[in-house]
Design a protein around this ligand. Structure first.
Ligand SMILES: O=C(O)CCC(=O)C(=O)O
Ligand SMILES: [Fe+2]
Length: 367
């Protein structure tokens, strides 16, 4: 059974950005209580690079031009595979999308966020729903807010769009998002061919799992915060879809990836996308790829804007399970199959209450 946007509306609670929150952002010396994360586990953990000198801690970089070059493709595909196995994250360069589409997405996003709050609230979340302009998801057990504002939209398939949440101002936003969304869907298909080669399955098997599935966009703005150690731009989480593609609209750092217990800051390369494995792809790959936890820390002086696209996936019948091809030849499944809707509920429960979900699907090996 497919998960309808309406299902998300019942599962997710988002808050409208109020005038009080909006005035907290520019004047970030006195942080309102609702944003303060002091004592929060979410802020815990060593950050790599701050205290460990020469250790290499950069995210792997994968070059799409190399993937497409017959002479370099095999070694670049191996690099892509090892990034997905070892990090669950990589930066993608030379990804071959028309620069004008990227630039218009960045420009219209910046214009949208610079509008007065009343204009942005023309597309505000409604009734604690999922789509529209607001804060990120809120955990029912906690009323803490992220130091961020965010526009969430269903972008693919086209019939799933709810245009009342697509900003009419700036006037070029809708067109920009439409084109950007199409480009990201086709880039995803290109990447899936190489991921399939790395996993040793037919390209159609992986492409089939993503074909016709939802694409959701998250447009995020993290205002500067003069007390960044007190707040979070986004709490630690994994992404509950197949694959995530993130466009940094500026060069402000802030995203951190958890690997082997430490947080690794992502330094966006000019002209690169940040791509990561979501929970669904971890299961499809039978655990070969890992969906890594990540979080956002605001910058003390500079705002940060990102445009994120989540590509969903599932097997026939709307089931999330390891690709059957990976189980041939006696390989045991490492996750039990679960209906896509149950999967979303489990993931959202994890976001809200911290109950680990993917772990609950893992089949412990009998040997
Ligand atoms: O904006 C970012 O850097 C991260 C956003 C993110 O993790 C998400 O939207 O799931
Ligand atoms: Fe994320």
């Amino acid at each position: 059974m497919a998960l309808e946007p309406a299902d998300y509306n019942r599962l997710i609670s988002r808050d409208k950005v109020t005038g009080a929150a909006a005035t907290a952002f520019p004047d970030s010396v006195e942080i309102p209580e609702r944003f303060i994360r002091t004592g929060d586990e979410a802020r815990a953990g060593a950050v790599a690079g701050e205290d460990d000198g020469d250790e290499a801690y950069e995210l792997p970089v994968v070059d799409m031009a190399n993937l497409l070059d017959p002479e370099l493709s095999a070694s670049e595909t191996a690099k892509l595979g090892s990034a997905c196995r070892d990090w669950g994250f990589f930066q993608l360069t030379n990804y071959g999308v028309d620069e004008a589409v990227i630039q218009q997405m960045k420009d219209t996003t910046a214009q949208f966020f610079s509008l007065p709050l009343e204009s942005k609230n023309a597309v505000a979340v409604r009734g604690g729903g999922f789509e529209g302009f607001g804060h990120h998801f809120n955990a029912p057990g906690s009323d803490k807010l992220d130091w961020a504002e965010c526009l969430l939209l269903e972008t693919q398939p086209v019939q799933a769009r709810n245009m009342e949440f697509w900003p009419a101002n700036p006037p070029a936003f809708r067109h920009a998002m439409d084109r950007y969304s199409e480009e990201m869907a086709s880039l995803t298909r290109r990447l899936l061919g190489f991921l399939a080669a790395d996993l040793g399955v037919a390209a159609e098997a992986l492409l089939g799992a993503f074909a016709g599935k939802r694409q959701t966009a998250g447009v995020h703005r993290y205002p500067p915060c003069r007390r960044p150690e007190q707040v979070l731009g986004m709490a630690p989480h994994t992404d509950g879809f197949g694959l995530t593609l993130l466009l940094p609209a500026d060069d402000t750092p802030g995203l951190q990836v958890r690997r082997r217990g430490r947080w690794f800051p992502v330094r966006p390369l000019p002209g690169a996308l940040v791509v990561n494995v979501g929970d669904v792809l971890e299961v499809l790959s039978n655990g070969a790829y890992g969906s890594a936890e990540h979080r956002v820390i605001p910058h003390a002086e500079r705002g940060r804007t990102t445009v994120v696209v989540f590509q969903d996936a599932a097997l026939d019948g709307g089931v999330v399970a390891p690709l059957p091809e990976l189980l041939r030849g006696g390989h045991e499944p490492r996750y039990r199959p679960v209906d896509r809707l149950e999967f979303s509920k489990g993931h959202l429960r994890e976001l809200a209450q911290g109950t680990p979900f993917l772990d609950s699907l893992k089949i412990s090996s009998s040997s």
